[in-house]
Design a protein around this ligand. Sequence first.
Ligand code: GDP
Ligand code: IMO
Ligand code: MG
Length: 430
Amino acid sequence: MAGRIVLGTQFGDEGKGKITDYCAETANLIVRFQGGNNAGHTVKIGEEVYKFHLLPSGVLRREKLAVIGNGLVVDPTVLLKEVGELRNRGYEVDNLRISDRAHVIMPYHKIIDGLEEQLKGKMKAGTTMRGIGPCYTDKVGRWGIRIVDLIDRQVLKEKLDVIVPIKQRIIDAFGGSDRLDTEAIWEEYAGYGGEIKDFVVDASVLINDVLNKGEEVLFEGAQGTHLCIDFGIYPFGTSSDCTAGAALTGTGVGIGKIQDVVGVMKAYTSRVGTGPFPTELEDEIGEHLRDKGGEYGTTTGRPRRCGWLDSVMVRYSARINALTSLAVTKIDVLGGLDKIKVCTEYDFNGQILTEFPASMKVLSECKPRYKEFDGWEDHTDEEWTGIARHGYEALPEEMKTYLDFIEEEMGVPVGIISIGPARDQTITMD
Ligand code: GDP
Ligand code: IMO
Ligand code: MG
């Protein structure tokens, strides 16, 4: 019995897709536990690049089950598109399963997402406009449509007859011009129900069966701890719980089944969206990180804001998630910089803060206090692959110093070092 969680420790885009795919090698089942198609997870195998928004990154391991847990919000149009794209690339996708309790993103959620962003002024998060927030709002407000409703035409119709007129009133009140047609939505979404019904299962039963057989389950997180609805930069984060706790509630597994919590930490910080970001670099180093790290949103294509690593943020994630190890990614991107900085505490108008504040007003006035490290020389993609083959000892000495500091500062051992996007650009520590 071994459950292993992989989640983000920063603002998302830490490289969870790559690390999930890497760790999936030893797992029998991979399950995503929260979020929706706001995520963009990239997996590189050889020269092939796969970008997943909704499907678990583990779906590429054909012989393992890949599950969409109850904690997700599922846009069936995106689901079918991703399945279709994978089939075109030679995958049958017969290893996919979807929880009957996951919620469904409906067309009115996407409309309302756009309208809310317009109305929110300074409170807007810069959402991905995928209907994520309004769908989770409906889940909690008990207005939601679940996957199990989608595959029962009659239940779907009864719910839509109640919900759609209310959503129309909300759209009108928010100043929208869209007209909702209950019959048309019913036909379209009941059709999707028909197309996905063979994937639908009671996922908790399935996952617990695998765990009870003594096999390994990998729980794939989306977004990151600092986008979490409870622990993130509220209200600029996302609408789901992105922490280790959500791996349990988002799949139907109990706490005793979890053995490892792997925190994926990019060796610097990036953010796509609004809100305070203390270590943001709006200079040539920020440009360097964006260009060299390819820091453009996988989902929206927006340029990501980039900055130095912030250990106040990551220590907070280590505590909240009880991380058992860190997977440090994209450390190759720092190659070629003369000096590298890590923020270890904030200066809030003369007061030193070592804990991440809840107040966005306070956070926006925090100035980072840095420790400085020597950089290391840059390498080509091929050279990094060669270094990975030789393991930890072959890493540049200055990089080892940086990694030692990270381990000590975060209080969590480094288990995986990623020095490129591909599977073979990864080093596992003993
Ligand atoms: P996720 O949302 O956390 O899965 O991360 P994204 O896929 O949105 O963004 C991470 C990007 O960095 C992707 O383009 C990955 O292919 C790439 N990547 C992942 N790990 C590494 C690494 O160690 N080095 C480099 N250079 N790129 C990486
Ligand atoms: P992955 O899984 C980075 C951000 C959006 C926005 C805020 C709310 O690839 O790491 P939403 O559409 O969720 O209501 O948007 O959260 N955001 C992400 N940023 N990576 C992600 O996912 C994100 N998912 C949402 O940019 O600021
Ligand atoms: Mg991403």
